[in-house]
Structure formats: structure tokens, C-alpha cells
Design a protein around this ligand. Structure first.
Ligand code: FAD
Length: 389
């Protein structure tokens, strides 16, 4: 980000993150990418270094770092090390599941779950999407049926679930009003549950889905076959699932916007270095006006994006980022990153197409960002709804 965005305390935190990434991530990342799976030990090491559950309040043993700039530093350092798959895995745990528990969990739930978020004994997934329901979550068919003792029996199928194989549990959106699953549910048809894999034979990850990028982060289908969920695992009130999902959208979308900005910045930094070294027609690529003009445009657009995202981060830190503002931030930053990284790849020529080059990995990574967490089209609908009143 730009000078002045971070303060000294953030830079001190950056040193911890940078050393952690150099020591624990970089030496193994290629292997994890090939395995489509991060080594579980990384989560434990991240925990030892205080990098999980940054926002967990002190009374639950956390650091209470509500300032989103700390999360961004983790993304920046992982992008700098070309280890974006790790960034995605951490993002699901810290930017989607954790905020739901922090905002809507009871005191008992927080006391029980939050320490496990931080000590890496409960690595989590967000399980909203299904084969027949992505943008339109009212189409979710996974259902939970209430038992006499107020516990629930969960059955259904999810897809595209990050940390789906490696994780210990998931924040699951399920239909709880008994409505016909072949019909769209109503706004109050759904509830959220924190479901644990351990001791639940019916909680079964499917096989690995082969992604084009971000391969170190595992992505899979999840199957629930009569999974028993204790009553106390419901997050928020019955029928409030969609409302809660909407409430956590601002942080989730801000996180994607921030990551997009970070990846675009890193791709540009690497491209500036590349075009200064690569020789053609008796000089570096920077001798061409096209190269210079492209870099000028990329730098200018990046700075505009950085300022815009910085304002969104400030609003989030002040508790004032609403879903429309977060949608605008994600729409802008993700579309910008997609276009910027494409230009950076072009400036690398044929090497940009070779997967060993970070710009090729960045290209594959940013392609997800206009889809995941709300497609650009859905974001435009949200924004248009606000514009038109
Ligand atoms: C790598 C990866 C990781 C993911 N991780 C997770 C995860 O961890 N947890 C999870 O729950 N989900 C996850 N997802 C799912 C992701 O959030 C969905 O793919 C996304 O919400 C889009 O849903 P869909 O794929 O069903 O597309 P669809 O909803 O079928 O959309 C298809 C196309 O139609 C367009 N469209 C749909 N509705 C409208 C509309 N009203 N107006 C205009 N256009 C519209 C969309 O914009 C899109 O272009 C992941 C996806 C991927 C690819």
C-alpha cells in the first residue's frame, strides 16, 4: 500500500509475518501447490506466531486486533512470496467464519470456539454454496430437521468449499423451516450452524476439485448424511441464516478487495523489475513507449484503487462499512486486478504464460476474485439497488 497507510506497529507485525513466511511457507509452497493441500503443520505454526484469529478479543485469549490493516499485511507478505493459496485458506477461516462467531455467537459459544480458532485445533470452512445454489442462496437445499431435544439432523451437499478436506468443521447454511427444497426458500427459511467433522461419520468431504489457480488451498464438495448437530451449535437465531450471512459480507468482500489490490501491486512490482531487465532491440523493454505508458497507467490505477480500498478499510475499522460500500470496493478492486495482472502478463511475453513465473500464478489467482464472495454481476445488482433506491 502507499506510504503512511501503515503505522510503526503494523511494520513490526510485518517483520513477524515476513520471517514466518520465509521460514514456514516459502520452502514448502511448491509442494503444497502440487499436493493441492497445505501441510496441517502450517496452521499450528501460524497459531504459534499469533497469525490466526487476529480479531479474537483479549478476554478469549486473543489479541483483539480489529484493525484490518494487520490482516492485509498477512496477505501482502504471502503475495510477496507468491503463496496466494495460503492467503485463501486463512481468509476463509479469519474473514468469513470468525466474524460470524464474533458478531453472532453467544458468550458460551465464543468461550468454547474462539480459543480453538486460534490454536489451530478447529480449522474452518464456509459452506454456503451448493451445486444448485451459488449466487442465489435461497436455492440452498441442505436441510436441518429439529429433534425433540432441540438438536438438529443435517443432510445435504455443498460444493466449492475451501478447506473442505483439510478443515475440522464448517459454517453451514441450511434450510430449517421444513419448506419444500425444490422451491426457493424465503428470507427466514435458513439458519447457520457451526458443524464439527470429528465424531460425525456423516460429515464427508468429497474429492479434491482441480482448480486452475490457488491450488495449495484445497477445495472440495462436502456431503452431510444425517449429521447430528447439538442445539448450541446454531449461530444466531433460527431463521436468521441469510441475515447473518449478509452481515458478514462487508468483511468478506473487503477482504477480497484488499487481496485483489495487494496481488495487483505485487504483480506490478515484479513487472517493473522484469521489463527493466529483459532485453529486446538492443535495450530493455522500458525503452518502448508502450511499456512506459502501460506502467504509467498501471501505477496510476493502482494508486487510485489503493486509496479507495484504504478508505474502505478505515470505514470497516470504524464499524461503518456497509454491504453496498463493501460491494463497490470488491467490484472495483477485483475487476482492476483482473485487468492489471493481464497487462502485467502481456509485458512478460511468453514467460508470462509459464506457470513457474509468479505473474502466471497471479493471473490464475485473480480470476477467482470476480466470482468468489459475490460475482461482479451480483455486486452490480446490489449497488444498482442502492443507486435506484
Ligand atoms: C475456487 C472457488 C472457491 C470457492 N470457495 C467457496 C467457499 O469456500 N465456500 C462457499 O460457500 N463457496 C465458495 N465458492 C463458491 C462461490 O462463492 C460461487 O461460485 C459464487 O458465489 C457464484 O455462484 P455459482 O458458481 O453458483 O454461479 P451462478 O450463481 O450459477 O452464476 C453463474 C453466472 O450467472 C450470473 N448471475 C447469477 N445471478 C445473477 C443475477 N441475478 N444477475 C446477473 N447475473 C447473475 C453470475 O454472475 C455468473 O456470471 C468458491 C468458488 C470457487 C470457484
Amino acid at each position: 500500500m502507499f506510504p503512511g497507510f501503515y503505522e510503526e506497529i503494523h511494520e513490526e507485525f510485518r517483520q513477524v509475518v515476513r520471517e514466518f513466511v520465509t521460514r514456514e511457507v516459502s520452502p514448502h509452497y511448491r509442494q503444497w501447490d502440487a499436493d493441492h493441500m497445505i501441510d496441517r503443520a502450517l496452521w499450528e505454526k501460524a497459531s504459534e506466531n499469533g497469525l490466526l484469529g487476529l480479531a479474537v478479543p483479549e478476554e478469549h485469549g486473543g489479541m483483539g486486533l480489529q484493525d484490518y490493516r494487520f490482516r492485509m499485511i498477512i496477505d501482502e507478505e504471502l503475495a510477496r512470496a507468491d503463496a496466494l493459496g495460503v492467503a485463501l485458506a486463512l481468509h476463509l477461516h479469519d474473514d468469513w467464519v470468525l466474524p460470524a462467531v464474533l458478531q453472532f455467537g453467544t458468550e458460551e459459544q465464543k468461550a468454547g470456539w474462539l480459543p480453538r480458532f486460534m490454536d489451530a485445533s478447529f480449522v474452518t470452512s464456509v459452506a454456503f454454496t451448493e451445486p444448485g445454489a451459488g449466487s442465489d442462496l435461497r436455492g440452498v437445499r441442505t436441510k436441518a430437521v429439529k429433534q425433540e431435544d432441540d438438536s438438529w439432523i443435517l443432510s445435504g451437499q455443498k460444493t466449492f468449499i475451501g478447506n473442505g478436506i483439510s478443515g475440522d468443521g464448517a459454517l453451514v447454511l441450511a434450510r430449517t423451516d421444513g419448506s419444500d427444497v425444490k422451491e426457493r426458500g424465503s428470507a427466514s427459511s435458513f439458519s447457520l450452524f457451526l458443524v464439527q467433522k470429528e465424531d460425525n461419520l456423516g460429515y464427508r468431504p468429497g474429492s479434491q476439485l482441480e482448480k486452475m489457480g490457488l491450488r495449495a488451498s484445497d477445495t472440495a464438495e462436502l456431503f452431510f448424511d444425517e449429521v447430528h448437530i447439538p442445539a448450541e451449535n446454531m449461530i444466531g437465531a433460527e431463521g436468521k441464516g441469510l441475515e447473518i450471512a449478509k452481515s458478514i459480507l462487508p468483511q468478506g468482500r473487503l477482504a477480497v478487495a484488499a487481496a485483489a489490490t495487494v496481488v495487483a501491486g505485487e504483480a506490478l512490482r515484479q513487472t517493473i523489475s522484469y521489463v527493466g531487465e529483459r532485453q529486446a532491440f538492443d535495450g530493455p523493454l522500458t525503452q518502448f513507449q508502450n511499456t512506459r505508458f502501460q506502467l504509467a497507467d498501471l501505477q496510476t490505477r493502482l494508486e487510485v484503487t489503493q486509496r479507495y480500498i484504504a478508505a474502505a478499510v478505515d470505514a470497516h475499522n470504524a464499524g461503518e462499512l456497509d454491504v453496498v460500500a463493501a460491494s463497490k470496493a470488491k467490484l472495483w478492486a477485483a475487476e482492476e486486478a483482473k485487468s492489471a495482472v493481464d497487462t502485467c502478463l502481456q509485458l512478460h511475453g511468453g514467460y508470462g504464460y509459464i506457470l513457474e513465473y509468479p505473474v502466471a500464478q497471479a493471473y490464475l489467482a485473480v480470476r477467482l476474485l470476480t466470482i468468489f464472495g459475490g460475482t461482479s454481476e451480483i455486486l452490480r445488482e446490489t449497488i444498482a439497488g442502492d443507486v435506484l433506491g
